[in-house]
Design a protein around this ligand. Structure first.
Ligand code: ADP
Length: 159
């Protein structure tokens, strides 16, 4: 039941100074950050992380985007964390993402608009899509000694 999932604040979120706001939304729901770092990835790492998207028309734009600046990577732990985090993040396209989600509150452009410019959608965040992906991505981005085992008060009151 308690799961770990990978979240990235993408380069647009970092450059828009939304790191704190994004982290706040996960903390607000009582979820625990067990790993956190800022890093800049290269083209090879992008191909590893987005292996499932390599054949997509938008991949080149996506690689350009994700390697364009630093990202903040974090591992979030909580009850059904994979599903709950995706819900907090919102659906892929900012235009149709629900208001109240991170993508729905801080972005608005359509995928069509991104495509017309040959760019990836600047949708602020990556979050693992399912439990298997979460396990792979946590291991890809964090070594064991970068993940921390500690208690937060929510484990008594919220978990
Ligand atoms: P998500 O990040 O919501 O899991 P995907 O895994 O489908 O979405 O896509 C990875 C990323 O590629 C998206 O977050 C977005 O930045 C970009 N993207 C997805 N689909 C498109 C598209 N049709 N046009 C432009 N960029 C896209």
């Amino acid at each position: 039941m308690i799961q770990q999932t990978l979240v990235l604040v993408k380069p647009d979120g970092v450059k828009r100074s939304l790191i704190g706001e994004i982290i706040r939304r996960f903390e607000q729901r009582g979820m625990k950050i067990v790993g956190l770092k800022m890093t800049k990835i290269d083209s090879d790492f992008s191909k590893k992380h987005y292996a499932g998207n390599i054949d997509k028309d938008f991949y080149k734009g996506l690689e350009n985007f994700i390697t364009s600046g630093p990202v903040v990577a974090m591992v979030i732990e909580g009850v059904s964390a994979v599903e709950v985090v995706r819900k907090i993040v919102g659906s892929t396209e900012p235009k149709t993402a629900e208001v109240g989600t991170i993508r729905g509150d801080y972005a608005h452009a359509s995928l069509e608009y991104a495509n017309s410019k040959g760019e990836a959608s600047k949708n602020l965040i990556h979050a693992s899509g399912n439990l298997e992906e979460a396990k792979d991505e946590v291991a890809m981005w964090f070594s064991i000694d970068e993940l921390h085992d500690y208690k937060i008060s929510h484990e008594e009151h919220t978990f």
